[in-house]
Write a protein that binds this ligand. Sequence first.
Ligand SMILES: [Zn+2]
Length: 131
Amino acid sequence: MKVAELAQYKQILLDLRKKLVGNVTFMEDEALGKSRQDASGDLSNVPIHMADVGTDNYDRDLTIGLIQNGEEELKAIDNALERIGNKTYGTCEECGKKIAKARLAALPYVNNCIECQRLEEEGEEGEEETG
Ligand SMILES: [Zn+2]
């Protein structure tokens, strides 16, 4: 891949990273804000209804799930930036073939080609089916 192209993808990845970091921080505040409020407030004034507590926990788990996904995406972006640094970006880590430009345009932080991704997904599905 040309240096100019690498620079372009680097910019895309950095923008994506910035957006993602903003989102994760925002979601963390949302998810943890409630419990912080509860902890700092006068506990004797907090009514405890089991139904409410259940809903709160459910919302929080859902948001924390999103944060974890975001963190995985962030890791992938950091990996991609590293690969740009050592000029292996755009090459499949599994089979060493070039990753299609269309795939990189859609998912700039992928580290494998569409064929390897498909194989991986098929493998995972197979494992999940058994049992
Ligand atoms: Zn591959």
